[in-house]
Design a protein around this ligand. Structure first.
Ligand code: URP
Ligand code: ZN
Ligand code: ZN
Length: 477
């Protein structure tokens, strides 16, 4: 077995930081060694196979992105990252596990969708991967399959209050799924937007000739998110099913979650980098020489970017500090401008929804440490430790401790990263983050003990990543 010693770094966890060497044997962390001591009396620097010098750098557990959509069929096209390209890009950015969404669209069967997702991922991933199950149709058959999902390590499932005719479930269907989830201890993930009302607003805007990407943000008003979040919380309250609201972007939705948590409910919320940094005015309203007012299509996603004038972005950072929101995922759902986003050139309703960020989440959140929005420890917590706990991976993932998988990132706070489509590794012809400057850099990445990124070189391989059979959420008592 290969042994690796990561020397001289500051090991950061969700609860503190310490100077220690990290000893890796095979796929596992075996010891944290304080300065001036040796493990088992050995002179490790000569005994180990590989030494990674982390002096002056942070040594953190690999990132876990719990919300990606590789190869997702959507809006008449398919998300442009495959499991191969998407997980490789994730590795470049210090993410060592992803949880993607297996899809059951309305009218198809759950096990068929799941089998398709296993086929897409198996043998293609650079890093470890798990699945949530999208339930696009609640009936006797899909409900009966839920216990089997748990047996297969798929302990969370997503429902949509939006996208009628594609993924949408009505309140009765959601209630039935939640009743079953409460029985099983499954975590219900909710896309909380009032889809039927949004579709009416969107049609009215389009009929009035308001067809540019900006109006995507107007149609998907914050009231639609607040209302649906409240409804989801009430259904969770009634059924006793724990609830995790995905891609929260409106401060009013955060308030709903915070109030429910204050009442002692098991409800959680995730936000995404786009809702921390980007806005309705600056991005959805953008206009360039190349694309004109269609430029904003690069940032069409749902929930939409919110108004900076209304203060949603600052509120998302605040909620991450106060734990009203518990973690940050990307909702990585990339589409190229050419041939994909272009489908909605004359009508924002036809623009495939999604932004690609799987490569940049660790960097973008680290920039929040630099600017004083969050602490170093909170950075680790919201990008790795909480995702591990939330989705039944903690112990194996989300922590650097003896017995844990050696998924480790050496992060250089004196390094620098400029984000650009010219240098990123995602399969996209543009970057939603073009020109963003990060005061830090992912130097070295280990995935289950193997160095897969080092010194600007990719050393991993397709198929290194293994399927993660997950336990139930560790936030349930
Ligand atoms: O715009 C988004 N979020 N696209 C992906 C599908 C979803 O709703 O998560
Ligand atoms: Zn969604
Ligand atoms: Zn999503």
């Amino acid at each position: 077995m290969t042994t690796t010693l990561i020397t001289g770094g500051t090991v950061v966890s969700s609860t503190g930081r310490t100077t220690a060497d990290v000893l890796v044997d095979g796929e596992k962390v075996v010891a944290l060694i304080a300065p001036g001591t040796t493990a088992l009396g050995t002179d490790l620097t000569t005994a180990v196979d590989t030494v990674v010098d982390a002096t002056g750098k942070y040594v953190i557990p690999g990132g876990i992105d719990a919300h990606t959509h590789f190869e997702l069929p959507f809006g008449g096209t398919e998300a442009s990252d495959s499991f191969e390209s998407g997980t490789r890009a994730a590795a470049w950015g210090g993410t060592t596990s992803v949880i993607d969404f297996a899809v059951q669209t309305t009218g198809t069967k759950v096990p068929d969708g799941l089998a398709t997702w296993h086929e897409k991922a198996a043998g293609n991933c650079a890093i470890d991967y798990g699945f949530h199950q999208i339930l696009g149709g609640v009936d006797e058959e899909s409900l009966a399959y839920m216990p089997k999902l748990v047996d297969e390590g798929i302990t969370s499932y997503k429902m949509f209050m939006a996208y009628p005719g594609v993924f949408y479930s009505d309140d009765g269907q959601i209630l039935r799924a939640m009743q079953k989830a409460a029985e099983l201890g499954m975590l219900t993930m909710m896309h909380a937007e009032n889809g039927p009302a949004i579709d009416v607003l969107a049609a009215q805007l389009a009929e009035a000739g308001k067809t540019t990407p900006y109006y995507h943000g107007i149609a998907r008003a914050w009231q639609m998110e607040e209302e649906a979040t409240h409804r989801a919380i009430m259904l969770s309250n009634l059924t006793g099913a724990p609830l995790y609201v995905v891609h929260v972007s409106a401060k009013q939705a955060v308030a709903q979650l915070a109030a429910a948590r204050d009442d002692g409910m098991n409800v959680f919320g995730e936000t995404c980098p786009q809702y921390l940094y980007l806005s309705l005015e600056e991005q959805l309203g953008a206009s360039s020489d190349e694309w004109g007012a269609f430029e904003g299509a690069k940032w069409v996603c749902s929930t939409p970017l919110r108004s900076r004038a209304e203060g949603h972005q600052d509120h998302m950072w605040q909620a991450l500090r106060t734990n009203d929101l518990q973690m940050v995922s990307t909702d990585h759902c990339p589409f190229c401008m050419k041939g994909q986003k272009e489908l909605g050139k004359d009508d924002f309703r036809k623009i495939p929804n999604g932004i690609g960020s799987v490569e940049h989440r660790m960097d973008l959140l680290y920039q929040g440490v630099v600017t004083g929005e969050i602490t170093l420890e909170r950075w680790v917590e919201i990008t790795s430790t909480t995702p591990a706990r939330m989705f039944g991976l903690y112990g194996r993932k989300g922590v650097i401790a003896p017995g844990a998988d050696a998924d480790i990132v050496v992060y250089d706070p004196k390094g620098h990263t400029t984000i650009s489509a010219a240098t990123h590794h995602m399969n996209m012809d543009h970057s939603a983050w073009e020109g963003f400057e990060i005061d830090g850099h992912v130097d070295t990445v280990l995935s289950r003990g193997k160095v897969i990124v080092d010194g600007g070189e990719y050393l991993g391989a397709k198929g290194d990543g293994k399927y993660l059979k997950r336990d139930l959420t560790q936030y349930l008592v």
